[in-house]
Structure formats: C-alpha cells, structure tokens
Write a protein that binds this ligand. Sequence first.
Ligand SMILES: CC(C)(COP(=O)(O)OP(=O)(O)OC[C@H]1O[C@@H](n2cnc3c(N)ncnc32)[C@H](O)[C@@H]1OP(=O)(O)O)[C@@H](O)C(=O)NCCC(=O)NCCS
Length: 226
Amino acid sequence: MVCTINIIIILVILFVIKLGLISILFYSDIRAAQKMDPAAKSFLEVILLYQGLHALIYYRISHALYKMHLFFLARALSQLGRFVTGIEIHPGARIGKRFFVDHGMGVVIGETAIIGDDVLLYQGSTLGGTGIVKGKRHPTIGNNVVVGAGAKVLGNITIGDNSYIGANAVVVKDVPPNSTVVGVPGRITKQDGKKMDVSLDHVHILDPIMQSIEEIQSRIDKLEKK
Ligand SMILES: CC(C)(COP(=O)(O)OP(=O)(O)OC[C@H]1O[C@@H](n2cnc3c(N)ncnc32)[C@H](O)[C@@H]1OP(=O)(O)O)[C@@H](O)C(=O)NCCC(=O)NCCS
C-alpha cells in the first residue's frame, strides 16, 4: 500500500516537472497558440490539450536527432508524433519561432519545407512536393503567414511574408509578400491591402471552367430578377 502511494507521488512529481519544463522551453509557442486561437482559454489548456503544441514538441526533438544524422530515430519519433497528434511534420523540415497548428488533424509538412516565424497552419493543410525529384522540393513559407484549412502549397515555391492562403486553395506558384490567395489554382485576390482586379491580372489567369460557370450564374441571376 505504502509502495503504491510512493509510486503515485513519484509519478505526480515527474508529471509536474514535465509540465514545468514544457512551460519554460515552449513558452513563446504556447503564448502564440493563445494569441492565434481565440478559443484557447488558458496556458494549461494549451499545454495539456493542444495537439498542435504536442506535434511541435515531437518535431523539435526529432529535428535535433535529424541534425545529429540519427535519421531512423528521428523518423521513428516523428511517426509516433503523427500517430498521437494526426500531424505529420518531417524531422528534416525547418520551422521558425512561435509556430502553431490549429485543430491539426491531417496537416503534412515535407522534408525540405522551410517555415518562418509566427506561422499558423489550419487542419488539413499540406506543404508538399510535386513529384519524386530529390533536393529542395517543398515550399518556403515567410514570416507571419496563415495557411487556411485544407490548403495545399506544393513544390519549391516561396510564400512571401504576411500572406494568407485561403481555405482549400492549391498554390503552385510563388506568392509575393502581403498577398491573399484563394482558389484552384491559387490566384491573388488582395495585395498590400488592395483588392486585385482579376480581369487585368494576366499572371494569375482564372480557371476557364470557373469563368464559364460564373458567366452562367450571372445570366441566371439576371433572368431570375426579370
Ligand atoms: C481567403 C480568406 C482569408 C478571406 O480573405 P479576404 O481578403 O478577407 O477575402 P474576402 O472575404 O474579401 O473575399 C475575397 C473573394 O474571395 C472569395 N473567397 C474567400 N475565401 C475563399 C476561399 N477560401 N476559396 C475561394 N474563394 C474565396 C470571396 O468569396 C470573395 O469573392 P468575390 O470577390 O467574388 O466576392 C478567407 O476566406 C479564408 O479562406 N480563410 C481561411 C480560414 C480558415 O481556414 N479557417 C479555418 C478555421 S477552423
């Protein structure tokens, strides 16, 4: 009986030490999660219940192992993290400060992806490659970027600082800083706070099928008004 109580006390002490260590080592990431998720009520809630933070902890350790060339161990830990959190971050990826994955499930970050500071990823987003070529094949994400739910950013492209990738967008070309991108393929709808006139934008030409559907929709609207 005394032995069981002692074991419980030791486990509680170890748990408190673990919480303390996470609070100190991941302080800025936890604060970032609180800032980026209005639903986060407390520091403790983020530490205990946010799989975005847990995935980051697994990543930071596996990345350290990766840098020591312990590739198998790094990948094994990363896979364990994926199993526990539903978020797959390759240990080779480079991630900046105050990174946060909200909701998390289904996020994939490839081996050669580079992520700046203050980046927010929502569930189902992918920073992936476009083929089986070796070398740098995943995106470089600038500082203060948001990647919306289900968005796919593919290939060795660069997303400029302060950009917003809309939910479900598929981005396969570079995005300049301060831009908002939506749709498939992704097109810039806002830059430096100003709405883009898509009809004058010959670089990010609209999907012709979408244009036809929009034309039909506007005709239906006119007919319905009549
Ligand atoms: C893209 C986004 C940032 C909106 O940016 P915004 O600059 O405020 O854009 P607006 O709302 O003014 O919309 C601009 C145009 O893009 C369209 N649009 C907005 N979001 C879109 C999206 N994800 N996909 C396709 N079109 C989109 C709007 O309908 C609008 O079209 P219109 O000009 O023909 O009317 C936002 O809609 C978005 O997708 N956020 C992701 C948030 C997310 O993933 N949350 C998950 C929480 S769990």
